[in-house]
Write a protein that binds this ligand. Sequence first.
Ligand SMILES: [Zn+2]
Ligand SMILES: [Zn+2]
Length: 261
Amino acid sequence: MRFFSIASGSKGNCICIESGGVAVLIDAGVPSRRTVEALRCAGIAPDSVRGIFITHEHSDHVKCLPYVVRATKAPVFANMNTINALNLRAASDGCAFYELPTGREADMGELSLRSFRTSHDAAESVGYVVTDGRTRLAVCTDTGRMTKEAADAISGCRLVYIESNHDEEMLISGSYPAYLKDRILSSRGHLSNAESACYCRAFAESGAEHFILAHLSEENNTPELALSTVGGILAVGGVTVGKDCTLEAAGQHEPSRVYEI
Ligand SMILES: [Zn+2]
Ligand SMILES: [Zn+2]
């Protein structure tokens, strides 16, 4: 199974997972030209994409959906609350939506995807666990806290793509208006570096070997700060980055390396 992030953050999100010649995308917030270019760089033809799975309806996750659908001809999967919350224009733009109830599994060739509920200010936001039958990976961003459902689903995954949105001190002392700070810090907002670090430590104990920190704020975080916070807390737990696990921050605008797990 291969995994890479095409872009991550408030400007646009898209992830690709491929196994046995079948690929899926999670979210479609990156222009189709960049999405297709990133797929091609990984040796994946656009028509290998058999499904686009949506985490929630916020624009950084779906704004390019009609264009990515046009480029890949792939159907779109989401739970009904998310489908209803999505801009109707997307449907009229040729997107074929299929309901995937939260917690139900979808099979795409060798890949199976199952969603789990996250805690975010959206209609029914989810993350995904993906398996090729041999190993599992998890995608969990845009969540103000780790739900028990999410933690249980992610436990035992070899690769964990997890939100590390902000440094709390940078956010609190920064220039964002109070309502926005409150929203980000709330249980339906985004995970901080320190929160993400604690979860990474727990997931490392359950077998995670690759951590990719995602959805970093450009205003209230830096890749160096996120990596040092998470790396530091992993070290306290006896997990050494580079020896026991890998740790990377997903780029805002450029693809991550391709993981083969
Ligand atoms: Zn987002
Ligand atoms: Zn969001």
